[in-house]
Design a protein around this ligand. Sequence first.
Ligand code: G4P
Length: 528
Amino acid sequence: MKFEKEINRRKTFAIISHPDAGKTTLTEKFLLFGGAIQTAGAVKSNKIKKHATSDFMEIERQRGISVATSVMTFEYKNFLINLLDTPGHKDFAEDTYRTLTAVDSVILVVDSVNGVEDQTRRLMEVCRMRDTPVIVFINKLDRDGKNRFDLLEEIEKELQITLHPMTWPINSGKDFKGVYNIHNKSLRLFSANTKAEDDDTIAIEDLSNELLDKKIGERDANQLREDAELIEGVYGQLNENEYLKGKVAPVFFGSAVNNFGVKEMLETFTTIAPIPLCRNTNSREVCPGEDKFSGFIFKIHANLDPKHRDRIAFMRVCSGRFERNKYYHHVRIDKDVRFSNPYSFLARSKDTIDDAYPGDVIGLFDTGNFKIGDTLTEGENFYFTGIPTFSPEIFKELVNKDPMKTKQLEKGIQQLTDEGVAQLFTQFGGNKKIIGCVGELQFEVIQYRLLQEYGAACEFRPLPFYKACWLTSKDEKKLEEFLRFKQQNSGEDKDGNPIYLAQSEWFLNTEITNNPDITFHFTSEVHK
Ligand code: G4P
């Protein structure tokens, strides 16, 4: 295999969670371990603050800051770890879903007090679609949380994944005493604000050892013995293959803010998390060790500063070696392009790089050539699959307020939807242009950007739709008939693919039942 050494040391992953579960805090602890930052609190600027929900410019400003920290690369024990940041704000959930297409595994943070939350559920759905390997970190053990066994059961049931506890907590809240590492058979007693270099684990090979009673008291020691026996009986040994297939998720307990239980997880992560793997394209499987370079764009970030209109396209390298100033084939537009200033995100600063390897994510300056899902190769015509578009949740009609600027509006909306800010549909009955988003905030972003960047004024009229489904059928006639009959509720996406716009879950289920020859899809590949 070519570039074997480089590929084998790379681990590309994302930390995901419902807002406030502790993603930012955990990210920071990882960076401390990796030596990428020296002080706690350094990552906070990365986070979109909750109070800024009504001020999208502020959010965009913070998002601007977060471009530099969108990918955090650090070294840990000879591994090169690429940690991809995902926006915390729920209105930018689409960004997160797309980022998940560029990683090889994820760490999911669950708050032990709140358990599984909305965003946790949805993020896991995305992981399941691609069988992404997941490690779960149950956070905030220093607070009185749910019963651990109940919590595991809740996570397994709600997220449809089998769990495998790697550590086990001794109490929680005020009585939290630490975690027992089932895997290594060692005990770590809780202390607040553990330093990166602290290593005060106590080896306890045999839980019947009296040392355990001395360390945590007889009552808790007995409880731990009982729990451990139960866990051993139920879970047995971790099957790493099942983890790599996304079927079993190792679980760690801890407290991110106290840097407790984090190191155990990082150690296991570096041992078992997958290195860059082969990926599917529309024509064949492409493997990292191939001679020739290939990669795809999963995120585009526009600069809102009118003086700097450049956009940054984020590309994940999938095979071969990417080199600066070399011409690559842009499959969709069938053109050769080259990049003189590609940059990496090492140590939180933007550095121009000369080359990059599979697993790496690099930033490419873009003047409007890219759209999410685009593939670059050394000449071969294929595109990476598995970069889906999800149904939006809010739908509004786009109304042009200045007929003199129709062209600008068209161009603007095309480009903004290429960037993935929103989705554009055209309704068959009445030819309305419909914008679909996951959050209200995006409508403000679109209105503002259309005016500022394209001089086009628009407004939005709410529409009573609840979901857009992509339609396919083996029977073309049936599909055509359906679309004609349901003109007010059907249309096409930007690429001309037919969609059904459902007013409610009830309508959707009724149509699904009444039209067995038509398949209703909740996601679409960006390219068809
Ligand atoms: P997010 O990125 O997932 O949205 O969560 P973030 O890390 O910002 O954490 C959300 C809040 O939870 C923060 O408090 C953070 O300090 C706290 N937190 C994280 N880990 C733990 C933990 O192990 N135990 C406890 N008790 N709290 C934890 P905040 O008050 O919102 O922010 P800050 O003022 O502390 O920065």
